[in-house]
Design a protein around this ligand. Structure first.
Ligand SMILES: Cc1cc2nc3c(=O)[nH]c(=O)nc-3n(C[C@H](O)[C@H](O)[C@H](O)COP(=O)(O)O)c2cc1C
Length: 142
């Protein structure tokens, strides 16, 4: 039997404790380096002081990175929304795209990640599609 390459996606939200914009740049630089090494792709969104991150990759690598992220003192209230196998990457071009939108397009009536936290369990798929469209329409995301 042909071995299928294993892939999973993980989605969480958290509350940012970062106050300096330079600290975000540092986080992105370090994280992107590691993600490239570990063949992790995804996106980090910052809205209303909340992070929302999507990670994609081999389940072992995704778990390893997520276990570090959970312990990171630069945010709190980390809440896992989705961790499931996927057949292909949505964010294959980005080691870690970054979006800092003023407003999140409403999804099921929620306009901030704070609100989405309460609703995303049912709508993780919709949320992923929304973020994917935001990333692909934002040429500046790295
Ligand atoms: C919101 C947030 C997102 C992060 N995303 C990633 C990531 O995608 N990849 C990564 O390697 N580290 C990420 N980190 C950083 C890790 O928590 C950790 O600092 C980094 O992997 C280096 O780990 P080490 O200090 O154990 O070497 C993130 C941290 C925060 C606060």
């Amino acid at each position: 039997m042909l071995a299928m390459s294993q892939l999973c996606t993980l989605l969480y939200v958290s509350k940012s404790l970062i106050t300096q914009p330079e600290s975000i740049n540092e986080l992105l630089t370090v994280s992107r380096d590691i993600n490239i090494q570990k063949e992790i792709t995804g996106v980090l969104v910052l809205n209303s002081g909340r992070f929302l991150q999507v990670l994609e990759g081999h389940p072992d690598n995704v778990q390893l990175i997520y276990s570090r992220i959970v312990k990171d003192p630069r945010h709190e209230e980390v809440r896992l929304l989705l961790n499931s196998p996927i057949s292909g990457r949505r964010f294959g071009r980005w080691s870690m795209a970054f979006l800092n939108p003023e407003e999140v397009p409403p999804i099921l009536g929620a306009t901030s990640f704070d609100e989405l936290r309460l609703k995303a369990d049912k709508t993780a798929g919709e949320l992923l599609s929304l973020i994917q469209s935001m990333v692909t329409s934002d040429a500046a995301s790295g």
